[in-house]
Design a protein around this ligand. Sequence first.
Ligand code: BES
Ligand code: MN
Ligand code: ZN
Length: 504
Amino acid sequence: MTTFALRSASPAKTRAEAVVVGVLPDGGLAAGAEDVAAAYGRKLSGLLATLGVKGRPGDVAKVPTHGTISSPLLVLVGLGDPVGPDDTVDAAAVRRAAGNAARAITNAASVALALPADTPELVRAVVEGYRLGGYSFTSYKSKPGTPTDPAEVVVLSPVARRSEVASALEPAQVVVDAVVATRDWVNTPPADLTPPKFADAIAAAVKAANKGLPAGGRVKATVLDEKRLAELGCGGILAVGSGSAEPPRLVELEYRPKDAVAHVALVGKGITFDSGGLWIKPAASMGTMKEDMAGAAAVVQATLAAARLGLPVRVSAYAALAENMIGEAAMRPGDVLTTYDGTTVEVSNTDAEGRLVLADALGRAVEAGPDVVVDIATLTGHMVLALGDRMAGVLGDDAVVEEVLSAGRAAGEDAWPMPIPDFFDSRIRSSTVADLAQYDGIRWGGGIFAAAFLREFTGGLPWAHLDIAGPTFNKGGANGHLVPGATGYGVATLVELLRARAEA
Ligand code: BES
Ligand code: MN
Ligand code: ZN
C-alpha cells in the first residue's frame, strides 16, 4: 500500500528516489518545478533536446541526476498545452501527465510529484492521475510481478498548508478508491462475477465500508433474489436472467444520513455477461461483454464513496444484476413481459436487455420518492458510434442533463448531451400487442430510442441517463490515467453530482 502525503518542500531538495516534473511545449518546466529548473540552469534546454522531450502529452524521460538535485532520478513528463479556462492550468493535462509518470516509475521506493498543484483541483488531478495510471489488475496473475508501487508518494504543492488545498487529498483518495474498486469488478472474469456472486461482493463491500463509518452514516444493503423478484413482479430482470444458469438479483442500497439536504436515486445496469441471448452477438462484439455490469458497479461505489465522504445527501441505489445468456428458458423475440410498475413490453431483440432490467430498477427507485433519478448503463453501441469511445452520452431532462455534464467537468470525465426528439415517443409505442416496444428494428437513433424507453419508467421525476458503452472499457493502450481494460468511468461524475446536490 502506497501512502500519499502533501508537502510544500522543494523538489530540488527532496530525498525521494524519484522526482516528477512537467515539461511544457515551449521547452520550459511547468509550475511546481521552479527549483529543479534553477538547479539545472542553462543545462536544462540541452538536456531536454538530447532526450527529445518536447513537452507533448505522452512524452516521458528518466534522467539520473548525478547530484544536480538531491533525488537520484528526475522524471520528465510532457504536459502538452496545459492552459485551461481562464488561463488556469488544465486539470486534465495534469491528470494525464501524472498517469504517464506512474507507469514510467518502476522501482522507486519513494516518489515526489512536482507537477502544477497550487489549487485543490490540481492536487486532486495529481493524485487521481498517479493512482489510476499506475493501476493494474493482477488478481489472476499466478506469478505476482515485481512489486512496483512506491511506499510513499509526496505531492508537492507551494500552498500545501492552505486549508482548502490540504483538505483536497483525503476526498481525492476516497474517489480513487471507488474508481479502483469499480475497475476491479469490471475486470473480473464473468464466470467469477455472476449475479449471485456480484450481489455477495456488493454486500461484502458495504459491510467493509460500514466498519469505518459512524452509526448514523452507514449504508444498508438489501439483496432481492429471484424468488423475491417474482413476488414483486420484476418481469424485466427475470426475463433477461431466464436464459442463464445463474439467477438474477436486484441489490438495493440506502445511505440515509440524518442531515440529508437532498435525495438522489442512482440506478445501474448490471449485466454480468451479455451474450446477446437468442439474438446472439457476433463473436467479435462479445469479447468484452463482461463490462456490461459497469453501471451497477459505478452506482454501488459512488454510494459507498458518498458515505465515506459523509455527504449530507440521501442516496438510494439500485444495481440490476442478470446474465444475458442462451438457455431453454431464455426469453424469445415476441415474448411480452410485465415490468415492476405494471407496464407490458414486447421483447423483439434479446440483445436490447439493458433497458428491460433498468425498467424494473427505475420502478423501484421512483417508489423511494427521490428528488432526482440518474441511471448509468453500458446501454448501446449506437452511442459509441455517435460520440466515440471516450465519452458518455447524457439524455433526459435538460436541467438534470446539465447537472450531470457539470459534474463530469468537475470530475474530469467527458460527456456530451443528446436530445430525445418527440417522434421517439411513437417509436417506443409501436408494438401492436403490448404497451411498449422494446426495440423497433430501426437502427437510426438507437441510443435515443433506449433513453426514450427508459423515460417511461421514471414516473415523471427529474431524470438523466448516462450511456457509458463507449468510455467504460479501454480497448486500446495505456494513456494518462487510463490503462487497458476497465476505466471506472462514471464513478467520479456521480460522486461529484452527489457533492453538488449536498451543497445546493
Ligand atoms: N451491452 C450492449 C451495448 C454495448 C455495446 C456495451 C458496446 C458496450 C460496448 C447492449 O446490451 C446491446 O447489445 N445493445 C444493442 C442494442 C440494440 C439491440 C437495440 C446494440 O448496441 O446493438
Ligand atoms: Mn445486449
Ligand atoms: Zn448489454
